[in-house]
Design a protein around this ligand. Structure first.
Ligand code: G1P
Length: 291
C-alpha cells in the first residue's frame, strides 16, 4: 500500500510555435476544445484522480492560465444576479479552490526535465504526478485515475504508455517492458528518449502521464542534455530505474496529441460528438464535408 498522490505538475511553458499565429498572444494550452481550453480538461483529469494541488510550470505570456483558474468575480456576480444558476454552477466547478494551485516559471526553455525540476520546492519530498497538457486523454476512467489504482497496489514510479506505429517511435520516449501481469501492469526495464529510427526497444511510447518519486529531482539537477539538446525527463527516469521500480500501465482510452494540428482538430470533433445537442448539428455537416 502506498500513500496518496496529492500534487501534480503541469508543464505549460512551451511556446506553441506549431500553432502560430493563434499562439502569438494566447498560450497554446488556452486553445479551445469545443468550449473549454485544453488545459481545463487536463486539470479536470488530475482532480478526478484525487489530486489536491496543481503546480503549473509557466513562462512569459502565460498569465491568462492563472486568470482562467482564478475566480472571475464580476462574471460570477453577473450570472448570480441574472439567475443563470446552471451556468454559474458549471463555471464554479472548473475552478480549483483558493490555495490549491501554484505557479512558477521555467525562465529558460531547457527541456521537459528542466521544467519538472523547476517544481521541486513546491512538490517537496512526496511522490507526485506529471501531466503533459498537450496530451488529451479521453476515457470513461481518466488516465491518471487508472495509474493511481496501479500505484495503490505497487507504489514506486508509474508510467502510462500506448502503442505507436514503429515508424513513429523516434518522436517519443519509448519503453522496454517485461511480461504483462494479472492486473494489466508490467515492469519497465528501460526507456529511451526519441530513439533513432530502427533502434526503438518496442512500439510502446510514453504518452505524457507519470507518477514519480521525489528522488527524481536530484537526478534532474545533475542531468545533462539529451535528445534535441534538451534536459530530458526520460533520461533522469532511466537513471532512477537503477534504484527504484518503474511500472507501466497501458492506457485504456483514446489520446489526442493537441500539440499537433491533426490531433487538436480530431479532439474537437470527438468531444463535440460526445455532446448530444452538438452531435445532432454537426454529424450531417461532417458527413457532407466527407462527401
Ligand atoms: C515528451 C516526452 C516524451 C513523450 C512525449 C509525449 O516529448 O519527452 O518522452 O513521449 O512528450 O507527448 P515532447 O513531445 O515534448 O517532444
Amino acid at each position: 500500500m502506498s500513500g496518496k498522490i496529492k500534487k501534480a505538475v503541469l508543464p505549460v511553458a512551451g511556446l506553441g510555435t506549431r500553432f502560430l499565429p493563434a499562439t502569438k498572444a494566447v498560450p497554446k494550452e488556452m486553445l479551445t476544445i469545443v468550449d473549454a481550453p485544453v488545459v481545463q480538461y487536463v486539470v479536470d483529469e488530475a482532480r478526478a484522480a484525487g489530486i489536491e494541488h496543481i503546480v503549473f510550470v509557466t513562462g512569459r505570456n502565460k498569465h491568462v492560465i492563472e486568470d482562467h483558474f482564478d475566480i472571475a468575480y464580476e462574471l460570477e456576480e453577473t450570472l448570480r444576479v441574472r439567475k443563470k444558476d446552471a451556468a454559474l454552477k458549471d463555471l464554479q466547478a472548473t475552478r480549483p479552490k483558493a490555495g490549491t494551485t501554484s505557479f512558477t516559471r521555467q525562465q529558460e526553455p531547457l527541456g521537459l526535465g528542466h521544467a519538472v525540476w523547476c517544481a521541486r520546492d513546491l512538490i517537496g519530498s512526496e511522490p507526485f504526478a506529471v501531466l503533459l497538457p498537450d496530451m488529451l486523454m479521453k476515457a470513461p476512467k481518466g488516465c491518471l485515475t487508472q495509474m493511481v489504482e496501479a500505484y495503490k497496489t505497487h507504489g514506486g514510479n508509474i508510467i502510462s504508455v500506448e502503442e505507436v506505429p514503429m515508424d513513429q517511435t523516434h518522436n517519443y520516449g519509448i519503453i522496454e517492458r517485461g511480461p504483462v501481469e494479472q492486473d494489466d501492469t508490467f515492469t519497465i526495464h528501460g526507456m529511451v528518449e526519441k530513439p533513432a529510427p530502427g533502434t526503438a526497444p518496442s512500439n510502446l511510447y510514453i504518452n505524457g502521464r507519470y507518477i514519480l518519486q521525489p528522488e527524481i529531482f536530484d537526478l534532474l539537477q545533475k542531468q545533462g542534455t539529451g535528445a534535441g539538446g534538451e534536459i530530458q525527463l526520460t533520461d533522469a527516469m532511466q537513471q532512477l530505474m537503477q534504484e527504484q521500480p518503474f511500472r507501466g500501465v497501458e492506457f485504456k482510452g483514446t489520446t489526442y496529441d493537441c500539440g499537433s494540428k491533426a490531433g487538436f482538430l480530431a479532439a474537437n470533433i470527438a468531444y463535440a460528438l460526445d455532446n448530444e445537442e452538438l452531435a445532432k448539428e454537426i454529424s450531417p455537416l461532417l458527413q457532407k464535408l466527407m462527401g
